[in-house]
Write a protein that binds this ligand. Sequence first.
Ligand SMILES: NC(=O)c1ccc[n+]([C@@H]2O[C@H](COP(=O)([O-])OP(=O)(O)OC[C@H]3O[C@@H](n4cnc5c(N)ncnc54)[C@H](O)[C@@H]3O)[C@@H](O)[C@H]2O)c1
Length: 289
Amino acid sequence: MQAVGVIGAGQMGAGIAQVSAQAGYRVLLSDVSRERAEAGKAGIAKALDRLVTKEKLTSEARDAALALIEPVESVAAMGACALVIEAATEREEIKRAIFAEIGTVLGADAILASNTSSIPITRLAQASPDPARFVGVHFFNPVPVMGLIELIRGLATSDATVATVEAYAQSLGKQVVRANDAPGFIVNRVLMPMLNEACFALGEGVASVRDIDLGCQLGLNHPMGPLTLADFIGLDTCLEICRVLFTSTGDPKFRPAPLLVKYVEAGWFGRKTKRGFYDYTGPEPVPTR
Ligand SMILES: NC(=O)c1ccc[n+]([C@@H]2O[C@H](COP(=O)([O-])OP(=O)(O)OC[C@H]3O[C@@H](n4cnc5c(N)ncnc54)[C@H](O)[C@@H]3O)[C@@H](O)[C@H]2O)c1
């Protein structure tokens, strides 16, 4: 494959650029400005340095990966990319504006993919240059660590598009699961009701933060409890996904827990704001209830 374009150099876009370069692809990375794209590349350099320190990567491999990543001023530079992955902020109007811009340069056979966690792929495809060459490619956070990619086909996505992006995903060393375009796809559809239910249980006084987390972690043999995981994902993101599931299905089983709404209204988003179901200001997370 020729170069891969990555739009959005935040936590997901930077991760996608990193794993693509480590797999040997040339990567053009854009954001709202060249400075933001450069900052994304600087973050990747730090992440690769950590891998070298831990002896999980050689310094030659780090240098080779970094040399493949080129921050660019805008998507206008992505005309020669065979695959362009949009990983910008989760707001539909932002993604639509990006698709209009990329439509003016995208090659006749090139594929546009979105890393959206919750916006319907079929609807987004309507704003893309060609719905047959549009697909959802849902990476997990942190991208270099997580081994899964969900591939989501919209109604008009062609078989060739799915096959090309599946081959790219596998070339990154990721396992691929295919989902049809439905709210939450597979993983968030199953996960979010569990995280939301943990919030209901906490809000109703069923148990403490520690006991809900420890109970689920050991009782279900999960690597971490649901409240820890919600704090890690971001409570604002969890609420947004619950709302998408609830409004798009109309099914009351997806209604957001009042305590989750309250925490988000308080600005307690989890790890990223140092306060969620745990307090992260000290050396160890401390349960808050
Ligand atoms: N965070 C997660 O766990 C996760 C997991 C899977 C998918 N996603 C999806 O990935 C996407 C990005 O999420 P993130 O967590 O990296 O967010 P983020 O806030 O870390 O990064 C978003 C980036 O997009 C940039 N951006 C905004 N408008 C832009 C534009 N017009 N052109 C180019 N870049 C623009 C921002 O400057 C920012 O750098 C979202 O669609 C999100 O739903 C997130």
